[in-house]
Ligand binder design. Structure first.
Ligand SMILES: Nc1nc2c(ncn2[C@@H]2O[C@H](COP(=O)(O)OP(=O)(O)OP(=O)(O)O)[C@@H](O)[C@H]2O)c(=O)[nH]1
Length: 300
């Protein structure tokens, strides 16, 4: 058990003090005992012991705990001596127990106060660390672990901010959606690791193709979204084609991507904008599969 040695030490000291008290003084007769006082002192001593044991159980070892345990042990011993006083009469010439009853009380209170102040400081340091850890965790949940691109959560935060500027200053705001064709099939044939490599190739290609102000993120499994601030529709179209060419060249023919773009309409919600992009993407994928079917028929 933690800090059990302090409990043993305190019990030993209390036994020694009791023996010393019995050696110096005499037991009072039942009639001489003030039972109300005795019950009061016994309750105080019991509570002091409970405080000590609780501290012993809940605190980890360390400087703060040592001070707190020392303070509460001294306080417990003081209350124990007060209790003994109710049952033992000391000779008038012996001042030892009078001192022992009076002196440890201020010492224990000083130690406890010092312990509580250092405990408060320690707790503040722990809180600071917890805050930093939470911040670190939040920051890292904004990054996609596979591609190291920003996650959709981060893109939505930025999109919200850009949308305000778009509405206020009427700056054009566009988005490009990139989707890898037949990724599930590729994963099945070549394995998840190869699939991950392809995702990373697309992520690198996006980073190369984009301007400094643009922001790429992993939207879902094989789909990426690119935020293009201050970009009108014709510029977005050119960038979308450039992104497609870059990604396809990075994938070296193993896979190809489809890209679509949309420019935000003033006041349009993020949900509506993404809905528009997803529908466009579904349409583009349908068109390309029909074209591929046509090519297959012509080949035959
Ligand atoms: N390697 C890998 N695969 C993933 C990851 N996340 C999701 N996937 C897989 O990506 C696949 C996406 O499948 P779909 O959405 O059908 O995409 P698709 O096969 O390209 O279909 P189309 O887009 O219609 O051409 C699923 O098989 C997922 O299991 C990942 O982090 N790594």
């Amino acid at each position: 058990m933690k800090n059990v040695s302090s409990l043993c030490l305190t019990l030993c000291v209390s036994i020694l003090l009791t023996m010393l008290a019995l050696f110096i003084g005499d037991l009072k007769s039942v009639n001489d005992i003030d039972w109300v006082d005795a019950v009061g002192e016994a309750t105080t001593s019991m509570m002091a012991a409970i405080w000590f044991i609780l501290l012993m159980l809940c605190r980890p070892r360390g400087r703060v705990t040592t001070v707190l345990l020392l303070g509460s042990a001294t306080y417990w011993l003081t209350t124990w001596l007060d209790l003994l006083d109710e049952f033992i009469a000391y000779p008038l010439q012996s001042h030892l127990f009078t001192w022992l009853e009076s002196l440890p009380a201020p010492v224990s209170m000083t130690l406890l106060t010092w312990g509580l102040v250092t405990w408060y400081r320690e707790q503040q340091a722990v809180n600071r660390q917890l805050k930093q850890r939470e911040h670190f965790h939040r920051e890292h949940s904004l990054i996609d672990p596979v591609t190291q691109l920003y996650s959709l959560r981060y893109l939505l935060i930025q999109l919200n901010r850009e949308a305000v500027l778009h509405d206020k200053r009427n700056q054009p705001l566009s988005l490009v959606m990139v989707d890898i064709k037949g990724f599930a099939h590729y994963n099945r044939v070549h394995g998840v690791q190869k699939g991950d490599e392809s995702l990373n190739e697309v992520a690198s290609a996006l980073e190369i193709a984009l301007r400094e102000t643009d922001l790429a993120c992993r939207y879902t499994s094989d789909r990426f979204a690119v935020l293009l601030p201050e970009t009108p529709p014709d510029e977005a179209r050119v960038l979308s084609q450039l992104i497609q060419a870059c990604c396809n060249s990075a994938l070296k023919g193993a896979l190809t991507v489809t890209t679509v773009q949309a420019t935000r309409i003033a006041g349009e919600s993020e949900h509506a904008l993404f809905e528009r992009l997803n529908q466009q993407l579904a349409g583009a994928k349908r068109t390309s599969s029909v074209a591929m079917d046509g090519e297959d028929v012509r080949c035959l």
